[in-house]
Design a protein around this ligand. Structure first.
Ligand SMILES: *Cc1c(COP(=O)(O)O)cnc(C)c1O
Length: 397
């Protein structure tokens, strides 16, 4: 077998916990409105659970239909099915905005809600979608899984929809976390309970261990080494005794699967996640993500065979990742993955009903968009390494 030397740097794909995460509290860099600023919020364990709760709050029931963009994450479909409802897919434009003409063609008496995604943190203009929903008696759900922070034309994310959902894990150094929010409706029907000591412990340890793996928090790692070794030993012993545990301690959403388990609908996010969410510096998240995005854009926007999905980063956007649209993604993708570059393809696969005939842009984006991380915890060296790897994959030397 060919020996592959392990790459010098393997950059974290999502934020990992660092000491810097908690400062500065104010001043440095501007911030943006956050989902948690809305009048009513509930912190749950994933974005998909928040979507399930949003559909329940919106009165989506057995036999109903939910309009979902043709470029979507499969994790958005479980919550719809769990309500006994079905998804119908509407077209998006080249600029990723909803095609409301097509959505109109899909209407019938069963349609109860429209879900709009703010892709990659680029906030959609929701005025047309709001008018559409009002005209047809639909609930508008803002999927802010890529946009925990942001505004457009002076309107904060989440305030236009009846409900908004976020995936805290995508923006904060957390192992689990999602947010249901609403400016328009109280969330009294959403009553959450703790998920147990095993869950609380794992949510914290998994966050710390990921951070240690990427060389962060070295002092804490040294201090915790005996405790973590003991935990591993106990854990393995428990697994040996109970090989078929009825339920994993933490949801599947934390391991980048697409599954949906309704048990988590009633469960609160861990204390650890809620603390990190509260204490992490928002200014730092917003300003570093924007700076990292612009750095990637400047370094990579002239490469042959690809271009940024969005022509410019608006002032109100806090990007999730830096998406590039490739002419022929496969060779580059294979090479980057082999080298340990954290490259992500959103909306892959799509629901089987969606193809280029239904939505040319959605199908093309699913095939051809590859995104690079721009999160706040990337070091200069990691960002340099990512840029260098992408350049040499696109323009072989
Ligand atoms: C990730 C994602 C979700 C689900 O969030 P989880 O926290 O993974 O459950 C929903 N919608 C979109 C657009 C996503 O990218």
């Amino acid at each position: 077998m060919l020996h592959r030397p392990s790459p010098a740097v393997r950059a974290p794909i999502a934020p990992v916990l660092s000491r810097a995460a908690f400062g500065p509290r104010s001043g440095a860099g501007s911030s943006l409105p956050a989902l948690t600023d809305l009048a009513h919020t509930r912190l749950v364990t994933s974005g998909r659970v928040a979507l399930g709760l949003a559909l329940r709050c919106a009165g989506v029931e057995n036999g109903d239909t939910v309009l979902i963009p043709s470029w979507h994450s499969l994790s958005m479909l479980g919550p719809v099915q769990d309500r006994g409802a079905s998804a119908r897919f509407y077209r998006i434009g080249q600029d990723t905005a909803p095609d409301l003409e097509h959505a109109r063609e899909l209407l019938d008496a069963t349609v109860k809600a429209l879900v709009v995604v703010h892709y990659y943190g680029f906030v959609q203009d929701l005025a047309p979608a709001r008018a559409f929903c009002d005209a047809h008696g639909l609930a508008l759900i803002e999927d802010c899984a890529h946009a925990f922070f942001g505004q457009r034309d002076g309107r904060a994310i989440g305030v236009t929809g009846d409900y908004a959902i976020g995936s805290s894990m995508k923006f904060f150094p957390l192992y689990e976390g999602g947010c249901l929010a609403s400016q328009r409706h109280a969330l009294d029907g959403v009553v959450l309970r703790g998920a147990g000591a095993g869950f609380e412990g794992k949510a914290m340890l998994a966050t710390l261990e990921t951070s240690f793996r990427h060389g962060r928090l070295p002092l804490l790692r040294a201090a915790l080494r005996p405790a973590l070794a003991l935990k591993d030993a106990l854990w393995n012993a428990a697994k040996a005794r109970r090989p078929q545990q009825a339920r994993a301690l933490t949801p599947d959403s934390s391991d980048s699967g697409f599954d949906f388990d309704p048990w988590w609908l009633e469960r609160r996010s861990s204390l650890f996640s809620r603390l990190v969410l509260r204490l992490a510096s928002r200014q730092r998240i917003v300003s570093r993500r924007r700076a990292n995005y612009l750095r990637l854009e400047q370094a990579l926007n002239q490469l042959p065979g690809c271009r940024p999905l969005y022509p410019a980063l608006p002032g109100g956007a806090c990007p999730w990742q830096f998406p590039l649209l490739f002419d022929h993604p496969e060779p580059v993708f294979a090479q980057l993955v082999a080298q340990g570059v954290p490259v992500v393809r959103f909306g892959r696969p799509l629901a089987p009903q969606v193809d280029a005939a239904l939505c040319p842009h959605g199908a093309a984006f699913s095939e051809r968009v590859m995104a690079l991380p721009c999160h706040q915890e990337l070091s200069e060296a990691e960002l340099d390494w990512i840029i260098e790897r992408v350049r040499s994959a696109v323009v072989p030397t």
